[in-house]
Design a protein around this ligand. Sequence first.
Ligand SMILES: Cc1ncc(COP(=O)(O)O)c(C=O)c1O
Length: 417
Amino acid sequence: MDYSKASFKDFENIPDQNMVERAMSFNDYLNYLDDKGHLNYRLENSSGCGPELSLNLKGETKAKKYVNFVSNDYLGLTQHPDVKKAAIEAVHHYGTGAGASPAIGGHFSFHQQLEDKIASFFKRKSAMLYTTGYTANSATIQSLLKKEDIAILDMAVHASVYEGCLHSNVKTFLHNNLQQLEEILKRVKDQYRTKLVIIDGVYSQDGDLAPLKEVVSLTHKYDAFVLVDDAHGVGVLGSTGRGLIEVCDLFDQIDIITGTFSKTFAGLGGYVVADPELIRFLKFQSRQHLFSATMPPSTAMTVHSAMDVLEKEPEWMTKLWENINHYKKGLSELGFDIGTTASAIIPVKVGDPALTAEAVRMLFDAGIYANCIIYPAVSRKDARIRMALMATHTIEQLDRALTAFEFVDKKLQLSRN
Ligand SMILES: Cc1ncc(COP(=O)(O)O)c(C=O)c1O
């Protein structure tokens, strides 16, 4: 195999290799990336999740500091004193674990209150928790859609959505392409029992937004349902941080809202918000909810507190947007292609995967930690450097990153504007 053109995907299933042989082949490829300094995954962070972090790197005796662009802790709430205090007090009060799945003893008052709180956050009556945002999508879709049904996906939705659709029929439409969506809706109109259109609010690789109003009206026009995962919109968009659904004022129009507590809400866990009957169905039919333990008290109270901070301290969102605007302006002035981002996710689109990996390595050498996004996360010719901004980044840190980009660009000629 030509490793310079390979991706992780090529090792998912090699027909004539058993599991150990496949693992060996993949290890060879990982070693190749490592030798080139292009394996910038699973780096060991020995500090907290802040705007700057320390990494313990292989072969180094001391941890090194980097400006952090890889955390989705958009408002910086993982380090907020009230949020930390809530987690510590939860341990003192309730101990460390929840001990069981929700159906058989693991449903505590702080879980019930969190379900009520996230439901009312989206101005709805019912919600349920999952242990991750990933399962909020995968498990919910898996329970709702069977072989008689169809999921209609924007092709850029998160991996967890694709996983949820494995036992149902699936059609994808080109990213944000309303015309293709309508064609599919027309074609499948009388063919399937449930038609569920699934989109993200903010897309995780481009940071761009869904045309939510249009998708919702098309979906309902053709008698289908709509699920919106706004994992990256909550805490970033909307006058009170309720995401793209708030921007479009469509709280009562979205059949199913999913999301995560692992980004703005500084903890871990996922949620599904929908009408009471659907939520009750899922609470007793979704296997991952029924047979998997609930989030521990410290996590639940972290999320409660982070939600309260979002409400009481709007200045964090203001600061985040000051940072986003400053950084976008800087990258655009340097001539980089940052696409159509309208959120805290900022891509620098490079195209070629090897060039992207080399740019990420050089940025890293300059103390800037950003993600290298290549196929299969994006299409083969659409590799990019992806960054997530935080309210707690300082302007000095952002300017340091801009200087590093300018330097890397001089060496590699990345800009394509
Ligand atoms: C759009 C989207 N949905 C869901 C998830 C999964 O969330 P979690 O990290 O809580 O499993 C992610 C995580 O990156 C995401 O980007």
